[in-house]
Structure formats: C-alpha cells, structure tokens
Ligand binder design. Sequence first.
Ligand code: G1P
Length: 292
Amino acid sequence: MTTVRKAVFPVAGLGTRFLPATKAVPKEVLPLVDRPLIQYAIDEAREAGITDFIFVTAKGKSALEDYFDSAPELVRALEEKNKPDLLELIKPAEMPSGAISYLRQQEALGLGHAVWCARHLVGDEPFAVILPDDVIQGEVGCLKQMVEAHDEMGGCIVAAMEVGPESISSYGVIDPASDDGRLVEMRGMVEKPKAADAPSNLAVIGRYILSPRVMKNLSVIKPGANGEIQLTDAIAQEIKIGRPVHGLRFRGERFDCGSKLGYLQATVAFALNRAEFRADMAAFLKKTAAKL
Ligand code: G1P
C-alpha cells in the first residue's frame, strides 16, 4: 500500500460551456454559495490526505493563482476591524509554502496531455487527478472513498456513476468485467462513445487515482476521441497489459459545474446544505415552485 500524496488539478480549459462569464473569470473561481469551485476540490483533496497540489493551468488563469496567494493587506484590514469570523473564512485558501505548484499547458491537446504535463512533479508514485468542474456533495469526500478503495485494490481507481443514454456520449464509459455493486472491475474503458456503442451506463466522473505508469502510457498514446490525447485511453492501456483498474460507485451527489444547469443545481443543493440559508432557501423554492 502506497500513500497517495499528490493531486493534479487540470484547470487549463477555456470554460466555453460557461461563456460569457468565463471570458474574464476562470470557471474554477466562480462561487458556489460563497466559495470558489476550486476550494471544494482542495478541501476534498485535503480530507483524502493530499499534501501536494499540482495545478496545470494556462494563460488567463491568474485569478486562480491569486486566490491561493497570501493576502497581507486583506488580513491586516480584517485584523484592524476586529473581524475574526471573516479571517476564519479566508483560512482554507492558505497553503503551506511549497505545497502548491503551477505549471502551464501551452497547447490544448486534451485532458491526457494536461495530466502528462505534470509528470516530472508527480514522479514515480500513485497520484490523484481531480477535475474541479465535477463537484461532489456527500458525507465522506469522494476522493477519500477512492483512497480507501485504492488501499484495498491497488492499481488505478476511477469514480463511476450511472448516467442515462442521452448523456453517455459526454463521458468516459466503463466496460465492466465484474461488479459487486460498489467496485467494478474493468475489462476496458472508452472515451465519449455513441450511445449505441457504449459498453455500459457507467460513466467516469472527474476523480482518479492513478498508477505512475499512466504517465508513461500518456507519453506514447496517439490522439483519440475529438483528436485529443485522452486520459481514458492511457488508463485503458493499463487494463490491456493486465493491471487492475476499478471503478468505484462513490456515495454522494455529483454536479457538473462546468455546465450552466449543473452549476445552478449545485448552488441550490449547497445552499440547502448550509444551516444559515436552509430555511429561507427552502421557503423561497416552495413559493417559486408553486408559481410554475
Ligand atoms: C472528461 C473525461 C471523461 C470524463 C469526464 C467527467 O471529459 O475525458 O472521460 O467522463 O471528464 O467529467 P470532459 O468533460 O473534459 O469532456
């Protein structure tokens, strides 16, 4: 059993599904209630024991880097105004020196390529990949559940969720060999298949724990779906050479916050989950629904 200490956050995307907001603001800093999307991903990673955070960014993402920077003027102003509660709120964005690294993906060649850009920082140890668009609400963080599954099974673990035929072609899809209701042993994985060709209704969601060999696979694979270097293909390569790859049906609800509808749904769900908003938000929703 090897501890998973490092997580790669591919955040180089243009966020085109969220224009016009993302013309000037990286989607990862859009707020869900009052915290940027990226903060949820970082908190989930910390809960899972991650200590090294590797961001694969691109031009136009400086707001994301600033969010994790120290803010001495803000801290001073809040101290002078005696606002300990507000100081508490900015604490989760504090990172120990050296815990966070940024590198740039110069060309948008696909998710697999973005992850591969982090190969030297990851080195020769298992690592996590978190796509911050996928926000997962649940009692125990999805990545923590995956680290536990990795302790049991080794190899690679991907987060898995059932989706309907109308949306299956948006995902990496699992070809199951066996399924105990929690862990799905894989025979293969295919990126964005047509609904008619999908090997199952089990989609891969943006959480992965990967063997360092996946980086080696990424060095040699050819572009796949949409002409991009696909992470799915590099993981599927592991299965081909007989290494274990499992899907974990995680406990929790996933929201696709890269899409406008998913983001709106997440906003409602996360607001209802907060004691200070719950009653008022529920009353507002009931009143609004009654008018439909
Ligand atoms: C990526 C992956 C895909 C996965 C999805 C989950 O696709 O390539 O396998 O199912 O994330 O959100 P994207 O959403 O970047 O097109």
